[in-house]
Design a protein around this ligand. Structure first.
Ligand code: SAM
Length: 253
Protein backbone atom coordinates (compact mmCIF):
# COMPACT_ATOMS: atom_id res chain seq x y z
CA UNK A 1 0.00 0.00 0.00
CA UNK A 2 1.30 3.48 -0.81
CA UNK A 3 1.46 6.07 1.98
CA UNK A 4 -0.64 9.21 1.45
CA UNK A 5 1.50 12.33 0.80
CA UNK A 6 2.66 14.01 4.02
CA UNK A 7 3.57 17.37 2.52
CA UNK A 8 1.51 20.32 1.38
CA UNK A 9 2.12 24.03 0.84
CA UNK A 10 1.99 27.02 3.14
CA UNK A 11 2.15 29.81 0.60
CA UNK A 12 5.22 28.96 -1.54
CA UNK A 13 6.83 26.85 1.20
CA UNK A 14 6.49 23.07 1.33
CA UNK A 15 5.37 22.07 4.82
CA UNK A 16 4.14 18.95 6.61
CA UNK A 17 0.39 18.42 6.14
CA UNK A 18 -0.24 18.55 9.89
CA UNK A 19 1.92 21.66 10.39
CA UNK A 20 -0.04 23.73 7.85
CA UNK A 21 -3.19 24.10 9.96
CA UNK A 22 -1.26 25.55 12.91
CA UNK A 23 0.43 28.08 10.61
CA UNK A 24 -2.91 29.07 9.04
CA UNK A 25 -4.43 29.45 12.53
CA UNK A 26 -1.59 31.82 13.53
CA UNK A 27 -2.32 33.96 10.46
CA UNK A 28 -6.02 34.41 11.27
CA UNK A 29 -5.47 34.78 15.02
CA UNK A 30 -3.12 37.63 14.25
CA UNK A 31 -5.45 39.47 11.84
CA UNK A 32 -8.93 38.70 13.33
CA UNK A 33 -9.64 42.20 14.72
CA UNK A 34 -8.58 43.95 11.51
CA UNK A 35 -9.84 41.26 9.12
CA UNK A 36 -12.96 43.03 7.79
CA UNK A 37 -11.23 46.38 7.35
CA UNK A 38 -8.35 44.65 5.51
CA UNK A 39 -10.80 42.96 3.12
CA UNK A 40 -12.19 46.34 2.10
CA UNK A 41 -8.76 47.92 1.74
CA UNK A 42 -7.14 45.02 -0.14
CA UNK A 43 -9.94 44.47 -2.63
CA UNK A 44 -10.96 48.13 -2.99
CA UNK A 45 -14.41 47.02 -1.79
CA UNK A 46 -14.67 44.38 -4.58
CA UNK A 47 -15.07 41.55 -2.06
CA UNK A 48 -18.58 42.91 -1.43
CA UNK A 49 -19.57 42.38 -5.08
CA UNK A 50 -18.03 38.86 -5.06
CA UNK A 51 -19.93 37.98 -1.89
CA UNK A 52 -23.14 39.40 -3.40
CA UNK A 53 -22.67 37.03 -6.38
CA UNK A 54 -22.33 34.13 -3.92
CA UNK A 55 -25.49 35.12 -2.03
CA UNK A 56 -27.42 35.46 -5.30
CA UNK A 57 -26.37 31.89 -6.14
CA UNK A 58 -27.40 30.63 -2.67
CA UNK A 59 -30.81 32.12 -3.44
CA UNK A 60 -32.45 31.61 -0.03
CA UNK A 61 -36.29 31.50 -0.14
CA UNK A 62 -37.88 34.90 0.56
CA UNK A 63 -41.07 33.50 2.18
CA UNK A 64 -41.59 31.32 5.25
CA UNK A 65 -39.94 28.17 3.93
CA UNK A 66 -37.24 26.86 6.30
CA UNK A 67 -33.72 27.14 4.89
CA UNK A 68 -30.51 26.06 6.61
CA UNK A 69 -27.14 27.42 5.51
CA UNK A 70 -23.75 26.28 6.74
CA UNK A 71 -20.95 28.76 6.05
CA UNK A 72 -17.67 26.94 6.60
CA UNK A 73 -14.47 28.92 7.27
CA UNK A 74 -17.06 31.62 7.88
CA UNK A 75 -14.75 33.70 10.09
CA UNK A 76 -16.44 36.91 11.20
CA UNK A 77 -19.83 35.96 9.72
CA UNK A 78 -19.96 38.17 6.63
CA UNK A 79 -21.55 35.59 4.30
CA UNK A 80 -24.03 34.39 6.94
CA UNK A 81 -25.23 37.95 7.63
CA UNK A 82 -25.74 38.57 3.91
CA UNK A 83 -27.71 35.33 3.40
CA UNK A 84 -29.92 36.13 6.40
CA UNK A 85 -30.58 39.61 4.98
CA UNK A 86 -31.50 38.10 1.58
CA UNK A 87 -33.66 35.26 2.94
CA UNK A 88 -37.11 34.97 4.51
CA UNK A 89 -38.20 34.65 8.14
CA UNK A 90 -37.20 30.97 8.44
CA UNK A 91 -33.68 31.29 7.05
CA UNK A 92 -31.01 30.28 9.57
CA UNK A 93 -27.22 30.21 9.28
CA UNK A 94 -24.43 28.36 11.06
CA UNK A 95 -20.94 29.80 10.82
CA UNK A 96 -18.30 27.12 11.36
CA UNK A 97 -14.64 28.09 11.67
CA UNK A 98 -11.55 26.53 13.23
CA UNK A 99 -10.46 29.83 14.74
CA UNK A 100 -12.04 31.02 17.99
CA UNK A 101 -10.73 34.60 17.54
CA UNK A 102 -12.47 35.04 14.17
CA UNK A 103 -15.69 33.56 15.61
CA UNK A 104 -15.54 35.89 18.64
CA UNK A 105 -15.49 38.92 16.31
CA UNK A 106 -18.43 37.36 14.40
CA UNK A 107 -20.46 36.81 17.59
CA UNK A 108 -19.97 40.46 18.58
CA UNK A 109 -21.11 41.60 15.13
CA UNK A 110 -24.17 39.30 15.28
CA UNK A 111 -25.14 40.73 18.70
CA UNK A 112 -24.79 44.31 17.40
CA UNK A 113 -27.16 43.43 14.53
CA UNK A 114 -29.68 41.56 16.70
CA UNK A 115 -28.91 38.31 14.87
CA UNK A 116 -28.01 36.10 17.87
CA UNK A 117 -31.08 33.90 17.30
CA UNK A 118 -30.63 33.45 13.55
CA UNK A 119 -26.85 32.98 13.21
CA UNK A 120 -25.00 30.34 15.27
CA UNK A 121 -21.19 30.31 15.59
CA UNK A 122 -19.58 26.89 16.01
CA UNK A 123 -15.87 26.07 16.31
CA UNK A 124 -15.01 23.19 14.00
CA UNK A 125 -12.68 21.89 11.31
CA UNK A 126 -13.87 21.82 7.68
CA UNK A 127 -12.21 18.38 7.40
CA UNK A 128 -14.42 16.87 10.15
CA UNK A 129 -17.58 18.94 10.58
CA UNK A 130 -19.39 18.59 13.93
CA UNK A 131 -22.85 18.15 12.29
CA UNK A 132 -24.99 15.14 11.35
CA UNK A 133 -25.41 13.91 7.77
CA UNK A 134 -27.86 15.77 5.53
CA UNK A 135 -28.40 18.76 7.85
CA UNK A 136 -28.19 21.74 5.48
CA UNK A 137 -29.81 23.10 2.30
CA UNK A 138 -26.70 25.02 1.23
CA UNK A 139 -23.00 24.93 2.07
CA UNK A 140 -20.84 27.97 1.39
CA UNK A 141 -17.11 28.48 1.81
CA UNK A 142 -15.67 31.88 0.86
CA UNK A 143 -11.92 32.44 0.64
CA UNK A 144 -11.53 29.47 2.97
CA UNK A 145 -10.91 26.26 1.06
CA UNK A 146 -7.33 27.10 0.03
CA UNK A 147 -6.40 27.37 3.72
CA UNK A 148 -7.59 23.83 4.50
CA UNK A 149 -4.75 21.26 4.40
CA UNK A 150 -6.87 18.33 3.12
CA UNK A 151 -9.22 19.88 0.55
CA UNK A 152 -10.58 16.51 -0.59
CA UNK A 153 -11.59 15.69 3.02
CA UNK A 154 -13.36 19.07 3.34
CA UNK A 155 -15.28 18.47 0.10
CA UNK A 156 -16.38 15.02 1.27
CA UNK A 157 -17.63 16.61 4.50
CA UNK A 158 -19.50 19.27 2.49
CA UNK A 159 -21.22 16.49 0.56
CA UNK A 160 -22.05 14.56 3.76
CA UNK A 161 -23.72 17.45 5.63
CA UNK A 162 -25.79 18.62 2.64
CA UNK A 163 -29.34 17.33 2.18
CA UNK A 164 -30.25 15.68 -1.12
CA UNK A 165 -30.77 18.57 -3.55
CA UNK A 166 -28.37 20.69 -1.47
CA UNK A 167 -26.15 23.30 -3.12
CA UNK A 168 -22.36 23.57 -2.64
CA UNK A 169 -20.86 26.99 -3.37
CA UNK A 170 -17.24 28.00 -3.05
CA UNK A 171 -15.87 31.48 -3.64
CA UNK A 172 -12.11 31.45 -4.05
CA UNK A 173 -9.30 33.46 -5.62
CA UNK A 174 -8.55 32.06 -9.04
CA UNK A 175 -6.44 32.49 -12.16
CA UNK A 176 -6.39 35.90 -13.86
CA UNK A 177 -6.64 35.30 -17.59
CA UNK A 178 -6.90 38.85 -18.98
CA UNK A 179 -3.62 40.06 -20.64
CA UNK A 180 -2.31 43.13 -18.82
CA UNK A 181 -4.53 42.58 -15.78
CA UNK A 182 -2.34 39.59 -14.79
CA UNK A 183 0.83 41.79 -14.61
CA UNK A 184 -0.95 44.54 -12.70
CA UNK A 185 -2.46 41.97 -10.34
CA UNK A 186 0.99 40.44 -9.66
CA UNK A 187 2.50 43.85 -8.87
CA UNK A 188 -0.40 44.71 -6.60
CA UNK A 189 -0.51 41.36 -4.78
CA UNK A 190 3.18 40.97 -4.05
CA UNK A 191 3.87 44.62 -3.15
CA UNK A 192 0.76 46.53 -2.07
CA UNK A 193 -1.00 43.77 -0.10
CA UNK A 194 1.93 42.86 2.23
CA UNK A 195 2.55 46.63 2.76
CA UNK A 196 -1.11 47.13 3.69
CA UNK A 197 -0.87 44.07 5.95
CA UNK A 198 2.12 45.63 7.72
CA UNK A 199 0.60 49.07 8.22
CA UNK A 200 -3.04 48.18 8.97
CA UNK A 201 -3.00 44.70 10.51
CA UNK A 202 0.59 44.87 11.79
CA UNK A 203 1.52 41.63 10.01
CA UNK A 204 3.07 41.65 6.52
CA UNK A 205 3.97 37.94 6.68
CA UNK A 206 0.32 36.91 7.20
CA UNK A 207 -0.67 38.77 4.06
CA UNK A 208 2.32 37.46 2.10
CA UNK A 209 1.06 33.95 2.95
CA UNK A 210 -2.42 34.86 1.67
CA UNK A 211 -1.05 36.07 -1.67
CA UNK A 212 1.22 33.05 -2.13
CA UNK A 213 -1.54 30.60 -1.23
CA UNK A 214 -3.76 32.23 -3.89
CA UNK A 215 -1.12 31.52 -6.55
CA UNK A 216 -0.85 27.87 -5.59
CA UNK A 217 -4.58 27.21 -5.82
CA UNK A 218 -5.65 25.02 -8.81
CA UNK A 219 -7.23 26.60 -11.88
CA UNK A 220 -11.05 26.28 -12.18
CA UNK A 221 -11.11 23.24 -14.49
CA UNK A 222 -8.75 21.30 -12.18
CA UNK A 223 -10.68 22.28 -9.06
CA UNK A 224 -13.97 21.25 -10.77
CA UNK A 225 -12.56 17.72 -11.08
CA UNK A 226 -11.80 17.67 -7.34
CA UNK A 227 -15.35 18.83 -6.53
CA UNK A 228 -16.82 16.15 -8.81
CA UNK A 229 -14.60 13.48 -7.18
CA UNK A 230 -16.30 14.25 -3.84
CA UNK A 231 -19.63 13.21 -5.39
CA UNK A 232 -21.09 16.52 -6.55
CA UNK A 233 -23.01 16.79 -9.83
CA UNK A 234 -23.57 19.67 -12.27
CA UNK A 235 -20.23 21.11 -11.22
CA UNK A 236 -19.37 24.51 -12.68
CA UNK A 237 -17.34 27.67 -12.18
CA UNK A 238 -18.06 31.29 -13.00
CA UNK A 239 -15.05 33.67 -13.24
CA UNK A 240 -15.57 37.09 -11.63
CA UNK A 241 -13.53 40.28 -12.29
CA UNK A 242 -11.32 38.81 -15.03
CA UNK A 243 -10.74 35.60 -13.06
CA UNK A 244 -9.37 37.26 -9.90
CA UNK A 245 -12.07 35.20 -8.17
CA UNK A 246 -14.18 32.21 -9.25
CA UNK A 247 -17.53 31.04 -7.94
CA UNK A 248 -17.48 27.21 -7.98
CA UNK A 249 -20.68 25.24 -7.56
CA UNK A 250 -22.05 21.72 -7.43
CA UNK A 251 -25.14 19.86 -6.24
CA UNK A 252 -25.77 16.85 -4.05
CA UNK A 253 -28.26 15.00 -6.24
N1 SAM B 1 -15.34 33.36 4.83
C1 SAM B 1 -14.88 34.55 5.52
C2 SAM B 1 -14.93 35.74 4.59
O1 SAM B 1 -15.06 35.54 3.38
O2 SAM B 1 -14.85 36.88 5.07
C3 SAM B 1 -13.49 34.34 6.13
C4 SAM B 1 -12.42 33.91 5.17
S1 SAM B 1 -10.79 33.90 5.86
C5 SAM B 1 -9.80 34.37 4.48
C6 SAM B 1 -10.41 32.19 6.00
C7 SAM B 1 -11.00 31.51 7.21
O3 SAM B 1 -10.75 30.10 7.09
C8 SAM B 1 -10.39 31.93 8.55
O4 SAM B 1 -11.39 32.41 9.39
C9 SAM B 1 -9.78 30.63 9.08
O5 SAM B 1 -9.80 30.52 10.48
C10 SAM B 1 -10.64 29.59 8.40
N2 SAM B 1 -10.07 28.23 8.35
C11 SAM B 1 -8.81 27.88 8.02
N3 SAM B 1 -8.66 26.53 8.09
C12 SAM B 1 -9.87 26.03 8.46
C13 SAM B 1 -10.38 24.70 8.67
N4 SAM B 1 -9.58 23.63 8.52
N5 SAM B 1 -11.65 24.55 9.03
C14 SAM B 1 -12.46 25.63 9.18
N6 SAM B 1 -12.06 26.91 9.00
C15 SAM B 1 -10.78 27.11 8.62
Amino acid sequence: MTEPPRDTHFGFRTVDLDAKQGMVDDVFRSVARRYDLMNDLMSGGLHRAWKDALVTAVNPPRGEQPFRLIDVAGGTGDIAFRVIAAGGTETRATVCDINGEMLAVGRERAAERGLDATVAFVEGNAEALPFPDRSFDAYTIAFGIRNVPRIDAALKEAFRVLKLGGHFLCLEFSTVDVPGLDTLYDLYSFNVIPALGRSVAGDAEAYRYLVESIRRFPKPSDFAAVIAAAGFRRVGAQPLTGGIVALHSGWRL
